[in-house]
Design a protein around this ligand. Structure first.
Ligand SMILES: Cc1cc2nc3c(=O)[nH]c(=O)nc-3n(C[C@H](O)[C@H](O)[C@H](O)COP(=O)(O)OP(=O)(O)OC[C@H]3O[C@@H](n4cnc5c(N)ncnc54)[C@H](O)[C@@H]3O)c2cc1C
Length: 256
């Protein structure tokens, strides 16, 4: 008798259509987009804080674009309210980010892949999570910090922006500080205006970071680092942290 050997089918992620339920300005050039996930799709869209969604869109000229955006919301919000939130900053001449910031409206339907990515960890209440981010790199960190603080963990966040007005999720961070101030150590860095101190004013060069780690932030207390943003910043910070021999380091690059 012949035995037919069937190749196991690969579990390829499938595209789904999700409806936009909110588009809210975060800054003059960034929006928060909320998507509703129907009950039957919630298991497929379950995620770990730090993961991202991938969108697919056909442009007016017929070309197809695919772009990734990190989730700013938590798995708890998905379970309780059935929503996912993202933070999208408009890039000059940016195809998808321009569309999201200028055209996207509640009621629009987007083609989305379920969450992917390895910029995450199993959050534990006894851990201290550290993060160095710039600009829209805050998006996955809002999710990680919220989940970590809600779990009882400690979070140190160094967040660099040009000015206060260009700071995405500033109100959410204030709310996290209000709710978990004793376990959230938040340090804003400003590159185009005065920061809270001279040390936290200007670009986070390796030299400046070294000084920050020696004074404002005690790197030895941090168990895991999450670095997110442009290539140059992430790699520069990683080198300094590696040299300091501190904690496990996770990285997410938005551009190369
Ligand atoms: C895993 C992952 C998660 C991401 N999460 C987020 C997020 O949460 N929020 C967010 O705003 N972005 C995020 N990004 C970046 C995002 O995917 C797009 O790359 C970005 O929005 C630009 O796409 P676009 O179609 O608007 O621009 P494009 O049409 O692709 O590019 C237009 C021009 O801008 C340049 N460019 C492209 N991306 C950037 C950039 N990030 N910075 C500066 N110049 C750029 C290009 O080289 C090109 O010259 C993420 C990227 C990755 C890989």
């Amino acid at each position: 008798m012949a035995i037919e050997l069937k190749k196991p089918r690969k579990n390829r992620p499938a595209w789904h259509k999700l409806t936009v339920t909110g588009v809210r300005p975060l800054t003059a050039d960034a929006v928060e987009v909320t998507l509703a996930v129907p009950e039957d799709l919630r298991p497929a869209f379950d995620f770990k804080p730090g993961q991202h969604l991938t969108f697919q869109r056909v442009e007016p000229d017929g070309s197809e674009v695919r772009r990734s955006y990190s989730l700013a919301s938590t798995p708890r919000e998905l379970a309780a309210e059935g929503t996912l939130r993202l933070g999208i900053r408009s890039i000059p001449k940016g195809t998808f980010s321009g569309y999201a910031n200028r055209q996207l409206l509640p009621g629009d339907v987007l083609e989305v892949l379920p969450p992917l990515g390895h910029f995450c960890t199993d959050i534990r209440p006894d851990r201290h999570y550290g993060s160095v981010v710039a600009g829209s790199g805050i998006t996955p960190i809002i999710a990680i910090a919220t989940a970590a603080l809600e779990a009882g963990a400690t979070v140190t966040l160094l967040y660099s922006n040009r000015t206060e007005d260009t700071t995405m999720f500033a109100a959410e961070l204030r709310e996290l500080e209000r709710a978990h101030g004793d376990r959230l150590r938040l340090h804003h860095v400003r590159t185009r205006t005065d920061g809270p101190t001279p040390l936290l004013t200007g670009r986070l060069t390796p030299e400046r970071l070294q000084e920050v780690l020696g004074t404002v932030v005690d790197a030895r207390e941090v168990d895991e680092w999450f670095l997110c943003g442009p290539y140059e910043m992430v790699l520069g910070v990683k080198e300094v942290l590696e040299a300091a021999g501190t904690g496990e380091i996770h990285t997410e690059l938005y551009t190369v």
